[in-house]
Design a protein around this ligand. Structure first.
Ligand SMILES: CC(C)(O)[C@@H](O)C(=O)O
Ligand SMILES: [Mg+2]
Length: 557
């Protein structure tokens, strides 16, 4: 066993002595040692209950003859980190989580891992670690939060973000906002719509590294406890059979995940995380693959924020197996792939059923013929830019507008909330990329303010930063190259005309090349905003959003 390195033989008597100091018995040490990676904490609603999930996993490990060994990793709540400097640390935490899991599983050679994430960056961080380490692993997420209720109206966290704009526009009173604040998030779990956390938990299932139900069983359902126990049993089986993450998460599994992404209308952050996860397995996923799969994969589910349904509705309708069944029947996913459940994708979808054809529509009645995400190219984004096209109003799909330029998210959000931005304008937020931010902030406050002020059919937003999964409207992010790297977005001036053509996959700054060349000659990179601590190191190593913003040792080796 891999764990023999730390427990077997004469020389490991001291090691065993240390295990004994923690109460482990000889019998427990003779079993496979399973690392239980628990991201429980008291600052994320999606993680506040993960100790219960971890206990259930450990029960499953013991039932199957393994010995669980729990250790913690960190996690950021994107919602609480939003619209202040804290959001610079969100994406950057993904790398720290991946590195922490790698470090713990290398220093202590566990035989297998059960990874317990739930919110935005913790899932990709753990998936990156699983593929980097390539030891038997299973992901068990904490599960989605239930929707809140304002009277009979279902609501969620994004309802509260958007309501701030409505109050500032005089469309909602503060008493209603307070009631919304109290009711929108009823308890533990990842915020209830198809935001980034639920997107990634569903994609972990579609990749085959989580058991069926992982993405949609509500956090408060007892089925989530049973799922965790089964995962604890399965990991011991995977260790015994020598089944590794890279046996399961092959290129075709990424194609399946992207097809599910398109069918669900997931968060645009999946376009950052899927390439970063693939990168750890030595698989190259470039942005063109998203367009190729989006063109042929219909948008089957209309989930918050772009539509009315929540994860609990998707679960009730059959969950990811049912979505994959509809796609498999249309020849849009690879069936002959293994999963950690021991069943192939084909066996899982053959046992699945769609139980609500409004929540999971048939192909012929898809909400949109193309998938939820589109990647745009042009002189403003030679390496690409990303938009959740399934959440864009029809009248904004192709639009030319006048630029209003801001060099930070906070400045832009204030201008929108203050009513300074006019219909027909295109808000441009730059120097918010992976390096320039640093940390590639999510722009939920400005996009929610545009919606809250009723401008989502009149105002577009373009940024080298990124968006929350709760963003809707003509919001185009991940513009690459970013401003701090000298990308064209650094040259935009107030009043410039910008063409957004989502069906045509184009994003153009309508300024003649001569003028742009002159501006390029005059441009100099601004000084770095953060010069100490982790973010300074992160900014020195991070790559383009078009490459998943992975870290790279550029010549430092
Ligand atoms: C706060 C949210 C909803 O988690 C957002 O950060 C996202 O990315 O979905
Ligand atoms: Mg987020």
């Amino acid at each position: 066993m891999r764990s023999d390195l730390m427990k077997s033989g004469l020389e490991k008597a001291p090691h065993r002595s240390l295990f004994k100091a923690m109460g482990y018995t000889d019998e427990e040490l003779q079993r496979p040692l399973i690392g239980i990676v628990n991201s429980a904490n008291e600052i994320i609603p999606g993680h506040i209950h993960l100790d219960r999930i971890a206990e259930a996993v450990k029960a499953g490990v013991r039932m199957a003859g393994g010995t669980p060994v729990e250790f913690p990793v960190i996690g950021v709540c994107d919602g609480i980190a939003m619209n202040h400097e804290g959001m610079k640390y969100s994406l950057a935490s993904r790398e720290l989580i991946a590195d922490s899991v790698e470090l713990m599983a290398k220093a202590h050679p566990f035989d297998g891992l059960v990874l317990i994430p739930n919110c935005d960056k913790i899932i990709p961080g753990m998936l990156m670690a699983a593929l980097r380490l390539n030891i038997p692993s299973i992901v068990v997420s904490g599960g989605p939060m239930l929707a809140g209720r304002l009277g009979s109206q279902p609501v969620d966290l994004i309802s509260v973000f958007e309501a701030v704009g409505s109050v500032r526009a005089g469309k909602m009173d503060r008493e209603t906002l307070k009631e919304l604040e109290d009711e929108a998030c009823p308890g533990c779990g990842s915020c209830a719509g198809m935001f980034t956390a639920n997107s990634m938990n569903c994609l972990a299932e579609a990749l085959g590294l989580a058991l069926p139900g992982n993405g949609t069983i509500p956090a408060v359902h007892a089925a989530r406890i049973r799922l965790a126990k089964y995962a604890g049993m399965r990991i011991v089986e995977l260790v015994r059979k020598g089944i590794y993450p890279r046996d399961i998460v092959v290129k075709e599994a990424f194609e399946n995940a992207i097809a599910v992404d398109m069918a669900l209308g997931c968060s645009t952050n999946t376009v950052l995380h899927v390439p970063a996860i693939a990168h750890e397995a030595g698989i190259s996923i470039d942005l063109n693959i998203f367009n190729d799969i989006s063109r042929k994969t219909p948008h089957l589910c209309s989930l918050r924020p772009g539509g009315p349904h929540f994860l609990e509705d998707l679960h009730r309708a059959g969950g990811i197996p049912a979505v994959m069944k509809v796609l498999a029947d249309a020849g849009l996913v690879n069936r002959d792939l293994p999963t950690v459940s021991g069943k192939t994708v084909g066996e899982i979808v053959d046992a699945a059923a769609v139980r609500d054809s409004e929540v999971i529509r048939p192909v012929e009645r898809a909400y949109h013929a193309e998938g939820g995400i589109a990647v745009l190219y042009g002189n403003l984004a030679p390496e690409g830019a990303v938009v959740k096209q399934s959440a864009v109003a029809p009248e904004m799909m192709k639009r030319t507008g006048r630029a209003r330029v801001f060099d930070s998210e906070q400045e832009a959000a204030k201008a929108i909330l203050d009513g300074v931005i006019q219909p027909g304008e295109v808000v441009v937020i730059r120097y918010e990329g992976p390096k320039g931010g640093p940390g590639m902030q999510e722009m939920l406050s400005p996009t929610a303010a545009i919606v809250g002020r009723g401008l989502d059919k009149d105002v577009a937003l373009i940024t080298d930063g990124r968006f929350s999964g709760g963003t809707r409207g003509a919001a185009i992010g991940h513009v690459s190259p970013e401003a701090a790297a000298g990308g064209t977005i650094a040259l935009v001036k107030d009043g410039d005309e910008i063409l957004i053509d989502i069906p045509g996959k184009r994003l153009e700054l309508l300024v003649d090349e001569g003028t742009l060349e002159k501006r390029r000659m005059e441009w100099t990179p601004p000084p770095p905003r953060i010069t100490s601590g982790y973010l300074a190191r992160y900014a020195a190593m991070v790559t383009s959003g078009a490459r998943g913003a992975v870290l790279e040792l550029r010549g430092q080796l």
